[in-house]
Design a protein around this ligand. Structure first.
Ligand SMILES: CC(C)(COP(=O)(O)OP(=O)(O)OC[C@H]1O[C@@H](n2cnc3c(N)ncnc32)[C@H](O)[C@@H]1OP(=O)(O)O)[C@@H](O)C(=O)NCCC(=O)NCCS
Length: 383
């Protein structure tokens, strides 16, 4: 009898490649981009600088950063066709569906979407990364019957995104917060959506197709939708004093609390720690509604750690505190997952480009559990 091979459901514990992009240390709760800790980058860097670091492998000089900044600004605008595409489906599709559709269309004015030249692919990556926030802001505005706002080249990448959403230039505190969000969401090793981009690019599909696969994979609540699900839970709780009974009941009913747990981090997610510090600061300037959500999140965090932290390795992840902070910054719930996609487009593109250096078609195996050599019965004789 054949021995059954060991199956790694969800590819848990399986290494798929060597990578010099990021290191997720799930035991110590650390994250590094190209060797720099996420705390250092969130504190000192900008999304543009992190973009250079990830795409080119090292921190830029001032001239290099200025060049990249110019390129990103030049590529921000989106075509009238893309706006028309979004407008046409705005009432019928969710924001993430619209983003996925618009990203597939981003190859519209690229006469050679597939290239085997790394420098050309870096330029394509810059186009994609630059356009994603513009598309995302247009999606939100068109779904809310407002005209899209043109990008402002006096503003940085993330600050401009907030501006294109509301038409108001954010204050320095909110602009810095949004930049930190873009930085901490930019890259996270071989997570589900990044892996999806690699599967697509391993067929030598073009970078636009591969990024579209990434956007699709963010849709579910186990990956990109967890921050929205966490906010929904906080709203269901309603009042901070209901938090304990809600959590107890949910856990007794074996429900998952969104924004907790991670395949790799078996300790506090370092990105959640960064956000917790922001949350504590945001509390004072938040309106009544958001302040309540912040309080609920802080109580829930404490209870969950007591119940499942050390004992089960289930700790807050980046998505738990993101929701109340987005609301504090004026970003509505339906924009959460498309912001995630906009920032993660940087990590996706970086991984695609790296993977192509040593491309190998993904083709895993399955253990067949069905029957063999069955007799074919003509349809009229089947009961
Ligand atoms: C992210 C996630 C899918 C990773 O989990 P995983 O490594 O695949 O582990 P599993 O889904 O097999 O869960 C292992 C156990 O922990 C429990 N668990 C995991 N996350 C939990 C959560 N958020 N709340 C309550 N219990 C949880 C599971 O119920 C399971 O318990 P069991 O062994 O008694 O059945 C999971 O933690 C989850 O669903 N979290 C909520 C969604 C989320 O926040 N996603 C964003 C990730 S950045």
């Amino acid at each position: 009898m054949e021995t059954k091979p060991e199956i790694h459901y969800g590819l848990e514990g399986v290494y798929i490649a060597e990578s010099g992009i990021s290191k997720v240390d799930g035991t110590l709760g650390r994250l590094y981009y190209r060797g720099y800790s996420i705390d250092t980058l969130a504190q000192n860097s900008s999304f543009e600088e992190v973009c250079y670091l990830l795409l080119y492998g090292k921190l830029p000089t001032e001239d290099q950063l200025n060049d990249l900044d110019k390129k990103l600004k030049k590529e921000r605008a989106i075509s009238e066709d893309t706006k028309g595409l979004i407008e046409g489906f705005a009432d019928k599709l969710s924001p993430l569906d619209l983003l996925r559709t618009a990203v597939s269309a981003a190859a519209e004015d690229d006469s050679k979407p597939y290239s085997d030249n790394e420098a050309e692919n870096v330029e394509k990556a810059i186009r994609i990364i630059a356009k994603m926030p513009t598309v995302s802001a247009a999606i939100w505005r068109l779904r809310n019957k407002k005209d899209p706002i043109e990008p402002d080249s006096n503003l940085g990448h993330s600050e401009n995104f907030l501006y294109m959403l509301s038409g108001e230039k954010p204050n320095a505190e909110k602009a810095k917060f949004m930049d930190v969000m873009f930085i901490i969401h930019a890259e996270h090793s071989s997570n589900a959506s990044t892996f999806a981009t690699l599967v697509a690019c391993s067929t030598l599909a073009d970078i636009y197709s591969a990024v579209t696969a990434g956007v699709s994979t963010l849709k579910g609540p186990l990956h990109g939708g967890a921050d929205e699900a966490a906010i929904k839970m906080m709203r269901d709780i309603g009042d901070p004093k209901n938090t304990e009974s809600y959590i107890n009941e949910a856990l007794a009913g074996k429900k998952r609390i969104m924004g907790f747990g991670h395949r790799v981090y078996k300790t506090y997610d370092p990105r959640a720690r960064i956000l917790k510090a922001y949350l504590e600061r945001a509390k004072d300037s938040a309106d009544e509604d958001v302040r309540k959500l912040i309080e609920i999140s802080l109580i829930a965090e404490k209870l969950m750690i007591e119940r499942l932290g050390e004992s089960h390795g289930i700790w807050p992840n980046v998505d738990f505190f993101a929701g109340p902070l987005y609301l504090w910054a004026g970003v509505q719930t339906e924009v959460f997952d498309i912001i995630f996609a906009s920032s993660r487009s940087l990590g996706w593109c970086t991984h695609i480009i790296e993977y192509w250096r040593n491309n190998k078609l993904f083709r895993p195996l399955e253990v067949y559990t069905g029957e063999l050599d069955l007799e074919y019965v003509p349809i009229e004789r089947r009961s």
